[in-house]
Design a protein around this ligand. Structure first.
Ligand SMILES: [Zn+2]
Length: 344
């Protein structure tokens, strides 16, 4: 690049020297700011003799574009000559991004999903009660989902679970009991474990049914465990969850993996049994299935049912969160609707 005027030549040469010694900010100040060298040159165009104005103006513009472009390149980090920061390729992306290039969040930083909030809360309650936590799995086999739970192949109750199967005959767990056999084999007695997990059911969705939802399973095994231990444990947990005293009722139910089986029913925590929309004006809410672990299930887990007994339960996290927060449609929980989520 060559310039024919003294002023443009001088600025061009000076810039080529400065580029090796000044920082980007200093270059910007010296050449591009209101009081910068280029502004001086632009002002001088008008002071040239008429026949020189066009040529001088052209040179100043070429020089200005050249300097502007060089500084832009330096600024974008393409030229690493001035960069003393080493790039850590294993770091999260924002660690290597210059501060003024980072994506900016608006005022709303987001929040924890209501299911996550309550899951954390529930697990804390069980931890205080002495339970360990094991996570369930999102794909399993027939043995864990059915056979080990006293559903032999061909058992009619298998149909109640509306299960998704893969081509290879793996199963998407329809309940967190899919973990029971593993828990019985893994832990020493006394066993006290809660198992949160995602469950899947192959069924049509409506305000109270979803194909994907969360359950929390509980397993308790020790010597001389009876149904009264089960009622007291579940009641103590639910009173901590709803932060109020509750009355309980037990209704008969049926699960192949428990004997006897029960539906656990609590007095409505919102109306003191007077009746409200949450309890559908009955004063009571069916909250979860539970029962004494079937001797076949204990035996399959390597535990002698003559020496030990235990209980298990499984409840839907989504349903419990809906009851606690007065949510009328389960599908909202997985909708991602901000208007809904903003309330939590
Ligand atoms: Zn009520």
């Amino acid at each position: 690049m060559k310039f024919s005027y003294k002023e443009t030549t001088k600025t061009f040469e000076e810039f080529n020297q400065d580029i090796n010694s000044l920082s980007v900010a200093e270059l910007k100040k010296k050449y591009l700011s209101k009081k910068g060298n280029l502004k001086d040159l632009l002002k001088k165009i008008g002071k040239q003799k008429n026949e020189e104005k066009a040529q001088f103006g052209k040179e100043v513009n070429i020089l200005k574009n050249f300097i502007q472009e060089k500084i832009n390149i330096l600024n974008s980090g393409l030229n690493t000559k001035f960069s003393t920061n080493q790039i850590d390729v294993t770091a999260p992306f924002e660690k290597n991004t210059p501060e003024d290039d980072k994506p900016r969040l608006l005022n709303n930083l987001g929040s924890t999903h209501p299911l996550t909030q309550e899951l954390e809360n529930i697990l804390k309650i069980f931890q205080k009660m002495g339970f360990e936590i094991e996570e369930s799995r999102q794909i399993d086999d027939d043995y864990n989902m059915f056979q080990s739970l006293n559903f032999p192949i061909g058992h009619p109750a298998r149909d109640n679970w509306d299960t998704f199967w893969t081509k290879e005959k793996f199963v998407l767990p329809a309940h967190t009991s899919t973990m029971q056999n593993r828990i019985l084999k893994k832990y020493e007695i006394p066993i006290r474990v809660v198992i949160p997990g995602r469950c899947f059911r192959n069924e049509a969705t409506d305000a109270s049914h979803e194909h994907t939802f969360y359950q929390i399973e509980g397993v308790y095994v020790d010597k001389d465990i009876s149904m009264s231990h089960m009622f007291a444990t579940i009641k103590a947990y639910l009173e901590a969850f709803f932060e109020t005293k509750l009355d309980i009722k037990i209704q008969p139910s049926y699960f192949p993996f428990t004997e006897p089986d029960a539906e656990f029913v609590i007095s409505c925590p919102f109306c003191e049994k007077k009746g409200c929309s949450i309890c559908k004006y009955t004063g009571w809410i069916e909250i979860m299935g539970c029962g004494m672990i079937h001797p076949h299930v204990l035996k399959e887990g390597g535990i002698d049912p003559k020496k030990y007994s235990g209980f298990a339960w499984g409840f839907g996290l989504d349903r419990l969160v809906m009851i606690k927060n007065g949510i009328d449609d389960i599908r909202k929980l997985h909708s991602g609707e901000l208007e809904f989520l903003d309330q939590f």
